[in-house]
Write a protein that binds this ligand. Structure first.
Ligand SMILES: Cc1cc2nc3c(=O)[nH]c(=O)nc-3n(C[C@H](O)[C@H](O)[C@H](O)COP(=O)(O)OP(=O)(O)OC[C@H]3O[C@@H](n4cnc5c(N)ncnc54)[C@H](O)[C@@H]3O)c2cc1C
Length: 184
């Protein structure tokens, strides 16, 4: 396989990962989006009832719109405000469908390394392709060779602590069972 054919792995089919994939296609690079959840915008769908503070015109990507145009995508009113559910259903899911086989669902990335390099052997590390370890929802595992990796896995699954400076507030960990970090 030539370097040109090795995909750029994108971790996550959220707004950033799917936009990154659209830009890669625009640059004639082959993306492979690996999404842990069952559909596009898995994290966004967890707050599907909440309305965004940005209008449609600010939450769609130009390269993505180019991919969507030939599919008959109905471009939303740029001045209207979508809910998380609208964002996922009316933009992210159609975009994932336009990307076709380049998006795999139920595919959790569990590790990223440089091929043949580890703690002992690290010569020429930067020149090696990446190896991405994937665990599928049905239990299968696979190693995918990638020319580059875009981490668009977001922060939804790892919310920041309540304390300042990125550290837990004093007493936060002891009270963890009484704290909810996400949108109810
Ligand atoms: C209530 C709320 C309202 C918001 N309103 C706005 C707004 O109005 N305007 C605005 O600009 N932003 C808004 N945001 C922020 C915006 O939603 C985020 O900036 C955006 O979703 C980030 O996109 P992302 O693709 O980086 O990450 P995410 O949307 O978090 O997507 C990451 C994806 O990666 C997947 N993933 C995670 N780990 C792995 C793994 N190991 N392997 C494979 N897949 C993985 C997840 O399942 C998920 O689908 C809002 C956020 C919230 C919570």
């Amino acid at each position: 396989m030539s370097t040109q054919q090795i995909p750029v792995v994108v971790i996550g089919a959220g707004p950033v990962g799917l936009a990154a994939a659209a830009h890669l296609v625009e640059q004639d690079l082959e993306p492979l989006v690996l999404e842990a959840g069952p559909s596009a915008g898995t994290a966004v769908r967890e707050w599907s009832h909440v309305r965004l503070f940005s209008p449609w015109g600010e939450v769609t990507d130009p390269a993505a719109e180019k991919l969507l145009a030939p599919t008959g995508w109905a471009e939303p009113d740029a001045a209207a405000y979508p809910s998380g559910g609208d964002w996922a259903e009316q933009y992210l899911q159609p975009l994932a469908e336009a990307l076709g086989d380049r998006v795999r669902f139920g595919a959790t990335v569990t590790g990223v390394a440089r091929a043949g390099r580890d703690r002992v052997v690290d010569t020429d590390r930067e020149a090696q392709p990446y190896v991405v370890h994937v665990r599928y929802a049905d239990g299968r595992e696979e190693r995918v060779t990638a020319r580059a990796v875009v981490d668009a896995s977001g922060t939804w699954a790892i919310p920041g602590p309540a304390g300042g400076s990125g550290l837990p507030a004093l007493g936060e960990q002891a009270a963890a069972d009484r704290i909810t970090y996400r949108v109810p």
